[in-house]
Design a protein around this ligand. Structure first.
Ligand code: GLU
Length: 366
Protein backbone atom coordinates (compact mmCIF):
# COMPACT_ATOMS: atom_id res chain seq x y z
CA UNK A 1 0.00 0.00 0.00
CA UNK A 2 1.32 3.46 -0.89
CA UNK A 3 2.43 5.44 2.10
CA UNK A 4 0.65 8.63 2.95
CA UNK A 5 2.87 11.60 2.22
CA UNK A 6 2.68 14.48 4.69
CA UNK A 7 4.47 17.82 4.80
CA UNK A 8 4.72 19.34 8.30
CA UNK A 9 5.66 23.01 8.58
CA UNK A 10 6.82 24.48 11.86
CA UNK A 11 7.63 28.15 12.23
CA UNK A 12 10.12 30.22 14.19
CA UNK A 13 7.50 31.25 16.76
CA UNK A 14 6.93 27.59 17.73
CA UNK A 15 10.62 26.70 17.66
CA UNK A 16 12.12 29.49 19.70
CA UNK A 17 12.01 30.20 23.42
CA UNK A 18 11.07 33.63 24.73
CA UNK A 19 14.81 34.38 25.23
CA UNK A 20 15.40 33.75 21.51
CA UNK A 21 17.20 30.39 21.75
CA UNK A 22 15.93 27.29 19.96
CA UNK A 23 13.33 25.38 21.95
CA UNK A 24 14.90 21.93 22.12
CA UNK A 25 11.87 20.43 23.88
CA UNK A 26 9.70 21.44 20.98
CA UNK A 27 12.12 20.02 18.45
CA UNK A 28 12.21 16.80 20.47
CA UNK A 29 8.40 16.57 20.54
CA UNK A 30 8.18 17.05 16.78
CA UNK A 31 10.86 14.41 16.19
CA UNK A 32 9.11 11.91 18.47
CA UNK A 33 5.80 12.39 16.65
CA UNK A 34 7.29 12.33 13.16
CA UNK A 35 9.48 9.29 13.88
CA UNK A 36 6.55 7.34 15.36
CA UNK A 37 4.28 8.08 12.41
CA UNK A 38 6.91 7.50 9.76
CA UNK A 39 7.53 4.06 11.20
CA UNK A 40 3.87 3.31 10.60
CA UNK A 41 2.55 4.27 7.22
CA UNK A 42 3.76 7.78 6.41
CA UNK A 43 6.49 9.59 4.57
CA UNK A 44 7.01 12.90 6.34
CA UNK A 45 8.86 15.99 5.21
CA UNK A 46 9.58 18.72 7.76
CA UNK A 47 9.67 22.34 6.60
CA UNK A 48 11.38 24.30 9.33
CA UNK A 49 11.96 27.99 9.91
CA UNK A 50 14.40 29.33 12.42
CA UNK A 51 17.64 29.84 10.54
CA UNK A 52 17.65 33.59 11.07
CA UNK A 53 16.33 33.25 14.63
CA UNK A 54 19.07 30.72 15.50
CA UNK A 55 21.75 33.02 14.12
CA UNK A 56 20.77 36.01 16.26
CA UNK A 57 22.39 34.85 19.53
CA UNK A 58 25.84 34.12 18.08
CA UNK A 59 25.78 37.56 16.47
CA UNK A 60 24.70 39.25 19.71
CA UNK A 61 21.43 40.45 18.14
CA UNK A 62 17.99 40.56 19.80
CA UNK A 63 15.78 41.02 16.77
CA UNK A 64 15.93 39.87 13.13
CA UNK A 65 18.06 42.37 11.18
CA UNK A 66 16.41 44.47 8.49
CA UNK A 67 19.73 44.79 6.67
CA UNK A 68 19.77 42.09 3.97
CA UNK A 69 23.41 41.05 4.24
CA UNK A 70 23.22 40.82 8.02
CA UNK A 71 20.05 38.72 7.74
CA UNK A 72 21.88 36.48 5.25
CA UNK A 73 24.80 36.18 7.69
CA UNK A 74 22.42 35.31 10.55
CA UNK A 75 20.78 32.67 8.35
CA UNK A 76 24.12 31.24 7.33
CA UNK A 77 25.17 30.90 10.97
CA UNK A 78 21.77 29.78 12.19
CA UNK A 79 20.95 27.20 9.52
CA UNK A 80 23.84 24.99 10.62
CA UNK A 81 22.77 25.27 14.26
CA UNK A 82 19.14 24.57 13.36
CA UNK A 83 20.03 21.52 11.27
CA UNK A 84 22.35 20.18 13.98
CA UNK A 85 19.49 20.33 16.48
CA UNK A 86 17.09 18.52 14.17
CA UNK A 87 19.66 15.88 13.31
CA UNK A 88 20.60 15.24 16.94
CA UNK A 89 16.98 15.01 18.02
CA UNK A 90 15.93 12.72 15.18
CA UNK A 91 18.93 10.47 15.82
CA UNK A 92 17.54 9.75 19.31
CA UNK A 93 14.44 8.37 17.61
CA UNK A 94 16.40 6.34 15.09
CA UNK A 95 15.74 8.56 12.08
CA UNK A 96 18.28 9.92 9.63
CA UNK A 97 17.73 13.45 8.33
CA UNK A 98 18.71 15.14 5.08
CA UNK A 99 18.89 18.89 4.58
CA UNK A 100 17.28 20.47 1.52
CA UNK A 101 17.61 24.24 1.10
CA UNK A 102 15.48 25.68 -1.66
CA UNK A 103 15.51 29.02 -3.45
CA UNK A 104 12.80 30.74 -5.47
CA UNK A 105 14.38 29.72 -8.81
CA UNK A 106 14.13 26.08 -7.70
CA UNK A 107 10.38 26.54 -7.91
CA UNK A 108 10.40 28.56 -11.11
CA UNK A 109 12.75 26.73 -13.41
CA UNK A 110 11.71 23.39 -14.75
CA UNK A 111 15.13 21.74 -14.45
CA UNK A 112 15.70 23.00 -10.91
CA UNK A 113 12.23 21.88 -9.95
CA UNK A 114 12.74 18.39 -11.34
CA UNK A 115 16.10 18.23 -9.58
CA UNK A 116 14.65 19.27 -6.22
CA UNK A 117 11.86 16.73 -6.63
CA UNK A 118 14.32 13.97 -7.43
CA UNK A 119 16.41 14.78 -4.37
CA UNK A 120 13.36 14.70 -2.10
CA UNK A 121 12.02 11.50 -3.65
CA UNK A 122 15.35 9.75 -3.14
CA UNK A 123 15.56 10.80 0.50
CA UNK A 124 12.04 9.55 1.12
CA UNK A 125 12.75 6.27 -0.64
CA UNK A 126 15.75 5.84 1.66
CA UNK A 127 13.57 6.32 4.73
CA UNK A 128 15.23 9.64 5.53
CA UNK A 129 13.31 12.62 6.95
CA UNK A 130 13.96 15.59 4.64
CA UNK A 131 14.34 18.85 6.56
CA UNK A 132 13.55 21.75 4.26
CA UNK A 133 14.08 25.50 4.57
CA UNK A 134 14.52 28.37 2.18
CA UNK A 135 18.20 29.03 1.48
CA UNK A 136 18.04 32.32 3.37
CA UNK A 137 21.81 32.83 3.27
CA UNK A 138 21.61 33.60 -0.45
CA UNK A 139 18.01 34.76 -0.83
CA UNK A 140 17.63 38.42 -1.75
CA UNK A 141 14.62 40.67 -1.33
CA UNK A 142 13.76 40.26 -5.02
CA UNK A 143 14.45 36.57 -5.21
CA UNK A 144 12.94 34.89 -2.23
CA UNK A 145 9.88 32.81 -1.45
CA UNK A 146 9.49 34.92 1.65
CA UNK A 147 7.63 32.83 4.14
CA UNK A 148 7.84 29.17 4.93
CA UNK A 149 4.07 28.66 4.79
CA UNK A 150 4.24 29.29 1.07
CA UNK A 151 7.42 27.25 0.83
CA UNK A 152 5.58 24.36 2.51
CA UNK A 153 2.70 24.63 0.03
CA UNK A 154 5.19 24.61 -2.86
CA UNK A 155 7.00 21.61 -1.35
CA UNK A 156 3.62 19.85 -1.05
CA UNK A 157 3.19 20.40 -4.77
CA UNK A 158 6.76 19.31 -5.47
CA UNK A 159 6.30 15.92 -3.79
CA UNK A 160 2.55 15.57 -4.55
CA UNK A 161 1.79 15.43 -0.82
CA UNK A 162 -1.50 14.00 0.38
CA UNK A 163 -1.55 16.33 3.35
CA UNK A 164 0.04 19.51 4.58
CA UNK A 165 0.05 20.40 8.28
CA UNK A 166 0.80 24.05 9.04
CA UNK A 167 1.68 24.44 12.71
CA UNK A 168 1.33 27.72 14.50
CA UNK A 169 0.79 29.07 18.00
CA UNK A 170 -3.03 29.13 17.87
CA UNK A 171 -5.15 26.00 17.55
CA UNK A 172 -6.69 26.89 14.21
CA UNK A 173 -8.26 29.56 12.04
CA UNK A 174 -10.76 31.76 13.87
CA UNK A 175 -13.50 34.00 12.51
CA UNK A 176 -11.54 36.93 13.98
CA UNK A 177 -8.40 37.31 16.07
CA UNK A 178 -8.76 34.57 18.75
CA UNK A 179 -8.71 37.16 21.54
CA UNK A 180 -11.70 39.00 20.07
CA UNK A 181 -14.88 38.24 22.06
CA UNK A 182 -17.15 35.98 20.02
CA UNK A 183 -14.35 34.72 17.75
CA UNK A 184 -15.07 31.14 16.76
CA UNK A 185 -12.76 28.38 15.54
CA UNK A 186 -13.55 27.43 11.93
CA UNK A 187 -13.31 23.63 11.83
CA UNK A 188 -13.47 23.28 8.06
CA UNK A 189 -12.99 25.40 4.94
CA UNK A 190 -14.37 23.65 1.85
CA UNK A 191 -14.52 26.59 -0.49
CA UNK A 192 -12.74 29.92 -0.79
CA UNK A 193 -16.12 31.63 -0.44
CA UNK A 194 -16.12 30.58 3.20
CA UNK A 195 -13.12 32.84 3.78
CA UNK A 196 -14.96 35.96 2.66
CA UNK A 197 -15.98 37.20 6.07
CA UNK A 198 -13.10 36.21 8.23
CA UNK A 199 -10.65 38.70 9.57
CA UNK A 200 -7.06 37.55 9.81
CA UNK A 201 -3.98 39.38 10.86
CA UNK A 202 -0.76 39.83 8.94
CA UNK A 203 1.16 40.18 12.15
CA UNK A 204 3.06 37.11 13.24
CA UNK A 205 5.17 36.88 16.34
CA UNK A 206 8.38 38.89 16.53
CA UNK A 207 10.31 36.11 14.83
CA UNK A 208 7.96 34.61 12.27
CA UNK A 209 7.11 36.40 9.08
CA UNK A 210 3.56 35.41 8.48
CA UNK A 211 0.85 35.28 11.07
CA UNK A 212 -2.43 33.75 9.96
CA UNK A 213 -2.60 35.46 6.56
CA UNK A 214 0.30 33.52 5.08
CA UNK A 215 -1.19 30.34 6.50
CA UNK A 216 -4.55 30.99 4.85
CA UNK A 217 -2.86 31.84 1.55
CA UNK A 218 -0.62 28.78 1.70
CA UNK A 219 -3.51 26.53 2.75
CA UNK A 220 -5.70 27.83 -0.08
CA UNK A 221 -2.86 27.35 -2.52
CA UNK A 222 -2.21 23.76 -1.50
CA UNK A 223 -5.95 22.96 -1.34
CA UNK A 224 -6.39 24.37 -4.86
CA UNK A 225 -3.77 21.86 -5.92
CA UNK A 226 -5.44 18.85 -4.41
CA UNK A 227 -3.69 18.66 -1.02
CA UNK A 228 -5.65 18.46 2.24
CA UNK A 229 -4.38 21.05 4.68
CA UNK A 230 -4.69 21.31 8.43
CA UNK A 231 -3.82 24.51 10.28
CA UNK A 232 -3.37 23.93 14.00
CA UNK A 233 -1.08 24.53 16.96
CA UNK A 234 2.27 22.79 17.38
CA UNK A 235 0.81 21.19 20.53
CA UNK A 236 -1.69 19.37 18.31
CA UNK A 237 0.89 17.74 16.04
CA UNK A 238 0.33 14.19 17.31
CA UNK A 239 -3.45 14.14 16.71
CA UNK A 240 -3.02 16.09 13.46
CA UNK A 241 -0.52 13.57 12.12
CA UNK A 242 -2.81 10.77 13.24
CA UNK A 243 -5.59 12.26 11.10
CA UNK A 244 -7.72 13.49 14.00
CA UNK A 245 -10.02 16.41 13.59
CA UNK A 246 -8.10 19.22 15.26
CA UNK A 247 -7.72 22.85 14.19
CA UNK A 248 -8.96 23.88 10.77
CA UNK A 249 -9.14 21.55 7.80
CA UNK A 250 -8.94 22.97 4.26
CA UNK A 251 -10.37 20.38 1.89
CA UNK A 252 -9.07 20.19 -1.70
CA UNK A 253 -10.76 22.67 -4.00
CA UNK A 254 -8.97 21.74 -7.21
CA UNK A 255 -6.51 19.42 -8.84
CA UNK A 256 -2.79 19.65 -9.28
CA UNK A 257 -1.47 22.28 -11.70
CA UNK A 258 1.88 22.97 -13.34
CA UNK A 259 4.66 24.23 -11.08
CA UNK A 260 5.47 27.37 -13.02
CA UNK A 261 1.85 28.53 -12.97
CA UNK A 262 1.59 27.69 -9.31
CA UNK A 263 4.60 29.85 -8.56
CA UNK A 264 3.39 32.63 -10.81
CA UNK A 265 -0.05 32.72 -9.21
CA UNK A 266 0.96 32.43 -5.60
CA UNK A 267 4.64 32.95 -4.98
CA UNK A 268 5.87 35.57 -7.38
CA UNK A 269 6.23 39.20 -6.39
CA UNK A 270 4.65 41.43 -8.97
CA UNK A 271 6.44 44.47 -10.36
CA UNK A 272 3.40 46.26 -11.74
CA UNK A 273 -0.26 46.05 -12.67
CA UNK A 274 -2.20 45.93 -15.91
CA UNK A 275 -5.85 46.98 -15.79
CA UNK A 276 -8.13 45.26 -18.28
CA UNK A 277 -11.77 45.43 -19.40
CA UNK A 278 -14.48 42.81 -18.87
CA UNK A 279 -13.94 41.34 -22.34
CA UNK A 280 -10.29 40.68 -21.57
CA UNK A 281 -11.19 39.13 -18.20
CA UNK A 282 -13.57 36.79 -19.99
CA UNK A 283 -10.97 35.98 -22.65
CA UNK A 284 -8.38 35.12 -20.01
CA UNK A 285 -10.58 33.16 -17.63
CA UNK A 286 -13.30 31.51 -19.69
CA UNK A 287 -11.58 31.61 -23.07
CA UNK A 288 -8.10 30.63 -21.85
CA UNK A 289 -6.62 33.14 -24.29
CA UNK A 290 -3.63 35.47 -24.10
CA UNK A 291 -4.09 39.03 -22.88
CA UNK A 292 -4.21 41.24 -25.99
CA UNK A 293 -3.55 44.97 -26.14
CA UNK A 294 -7.16 45.65 -27.19
CA UNK A 295 -8.47 44.83 -23.70
CA UNK A 296 -5.95 46.90 -21.73
CA UNK A 297 -7.34 49.99 -19.96
CA UNK A 298 -4.21 51.11 -18.16
CA UNK A 299 -1.17 50.08 -16.19
CA UNK A 300 1.01 51.01 -13.26
CA UNK A 301 4.67 50.23 -12.96
CA UNK A 302 7.53 50.48 -13.45
CA UNK A 303 8.06 47.06 -14.99
CA UNK A 304 10.31 45.61 -17.68
CA UNK A 305 9.48 43.01 -20.32
CA UNK A 306 9.52 39.62 -18.59
CA UNK A 307 8.58 41.02 -15.16
CA UNK A 308 5.66 39.55 -13.24
CA UNK A 309 2.59 41.78 -13.41
CA UNK A 310 -0.84 41.57 -11.79
CA UNK A 311 -3.79 41.67 -14.16
CA UNK A 312 -6.82 43.38 -12.63
CA UNK A 313 -10.42 43.53 -13.81
CA UNK A 314 -12.66 46.59 -13.65
CA UNK A 315 -13.73 45.70 -10.09
CA UNK A 316 -10.11 46.00 -8.94
CA UNK A 317 -9.77 42.23 -8.29
CA UNK A 318 -6.63 40.49 -9.44
CA UNK A 319 -7.72 37.99 -12.07
CA UNK A 320 -4.35 36.61 -13.07
CA UNK A 321 -0.62 37.14 -12.97
CA UNK A 322 1.76 36.85 -15.86
CA UNK A 323 5.13 37.66 -17.33
CA UNK A 324 4.67 40.90 -19.24
CA UNK A 325 5.46 40.76 -22.94
CA UNK A 326 6.37 44.46 -22.89
CA UNK A 327 8.11 46.96 -20.69
CA UNK A 328 5.96 49.74 -19.31
CA UNK A 329 7.39 52.18 -21.90
CA UNK A 330 6.66 49.77 -24.75
CA UNK A 331 3.15 49.19 -23.48
CA UNK A 332 2.55 52.93 -23.41
CA UNK A 333 3.45 53.09 -27.12
CA UNK A 334 1.24 50.12 -27.98
CA UNK A 335 -1.74 51.65 -26.16
CA UNK A 336 -1.26 54.87 -28.18
CA UNK A 337 -1.48 52.98 -31.49
CA UNK A 338 -4.61 53.79 -33.54
CA UNK A 339 -5.05 50.06 -34.24
CA UNK A 340 -3.87 48.00 -31.28
CA UNK A 341 -4.45 44.76 -33.14
CA UNK A 342 -1.21 45.58 -34.96
CA UNK A 343 0.77 45.09 -31.73
CA UNK A 344 3.55 42.61 -32.50
CA UNK A 345 2.68 40.21 -29.67
CA UNK A 346 0.23 39.70 -26.82
CA UNK A 347 0.65 41.84 -23.71
CA UNK A 348 0.84 38.59 -21.73
CA UNK A 349 1.06 35.37 -23.69
CA UNK A 350 -1.17 32.50 -22.59
CA UNK A 351 1.89 30.39 -21.77
CA UNK A 352 3.11 33.13 -19.44
CA UNK A 353 -0.16 33.63 -17.65
CA UNK A 354 -1.61 32.08 -14.49
CA UNK A 355 -5.16 32.68 -13.44
CA UNK A 356 -5.57 33.23 -9.75
CA UNK A 357 -7.52 30.28 -8.55
CA UNK A 358 -10.32 30.78 -6.15
CA UNK A 359 -8.81 31.23 -2.76
CA UNK A 360 -6.04 33.56 -3.71
CA UNK A 361 -8.30 36.39 -4.69
CA UNK A 362 -10.96 36.00 -2.06
CA UNK A 363 -8.68 36.40 0.93
CA UNK A 364 -9.63 39.66 2.52
CA UNK A 365 -6.98 41.25 4.65
CA UNK A 366 -8.73 43.32 7.29
N1 GLU B 1 13.15 30.84 6.22
C1 GLU B 1 13.08 31.68 7.37
C2 GLU B 1 13.98 31.17 8.50
O1 GLU B 1 14.27 30.01 8.57
C3 GLU B 1 11.68 31.75 7.94
C4 GLU B 1 10.64 32.30 7.07
C5 GLU B 1 9.31 32.36 7.87
O2 GLU B 1 9.32 32.89 9.00
O3 GLU B 1 8.31 31.86 7.39
O4 GLU B 1 14.38 31.93 9.35
Amino acid sequence: MAKERVVVKIGSSSLTRPDGGLDLNRIDMVCAAVAAQSRKDKEIIVVTSGSIAAGLGPLGLDTPPSDLSLAQAAASIGQGILMTRWTQAFTLYGKVTGQILLTAPDMMRREHYANARQALERLLALGVVPIVNENDAVATDELRLGDNDRLAALVSHLVTADRLILLTDVDGLYTASPRTPGARLIPKVSSPDELQDISVTTRGSGLGTGGMVTKVIAASMAAANGTKVRVTSADNLVPALGGEDVGTLFTPTGTRRGARRLWLAYAADSQGSIFVDAGAVHAITAGKHSLLAAGVRGYSGPFSAGDVVNILGEDGQIVARGFSGYSQAELEQILAMPDRSLAPRPVVHRDDLAELWPGAKTIVLK
